[in-house]
Ligand binder design. Structure first.
Ligand code: FES
Length: 108
């Protein structure tokens, strides 16, 4: 089943993320003024436990790390409404910085 035009906010609730406060992050998204095309969901482990809590935006595959409830408004306003991911919260394992991408002239 597909949902054309929808964005899914996957908030991991598995062990490491839960210990780091992922339930409060989930609550912050649920209480936020989300755009109509955004749907909040819980998820199991996303494989990024050492940098939890993990928030993954699908289908575009934007990964946020160490997300705090206080980061949620920024993600909603700048990314989900404004279309520009919050660079300082991007998981560097998945989204290498521009310096790393350009160091040798190619992406890693
Ligand atoms: S427990 Fe959340 S990414 Fe592994």
């Amino acid at each position: 089943m597909t949902y054309p035009g929808k964005k899914f906010i996957m908030v991991c609730q598995h062990s490491s993320c839960a210990v780091q406060g992922a339930l409060k992050v989930l609550s912050a998204f649920e209480l936020a003024d989300l755009p109509e095309d955004a749907i909040v969901m819980t998820s199991g482990c996303q494989g990024q436990c050492s940098t939890s809590p993990t928030v993954r935006i699908l289908p575009e595959e934007t990964w946020y790390f160490r997300v705090k409830p206080s980061d949620v408004e920024r993600i909603v306003e700048e990314h989900l409404k404004g279309g520009k991911p919050v660079r300082s919260l991007l998981n560097p394992r998945i989204h290498p910085s521009e310096e790393e991408e350009n160091e040798d002239g190619s992406e890693r």
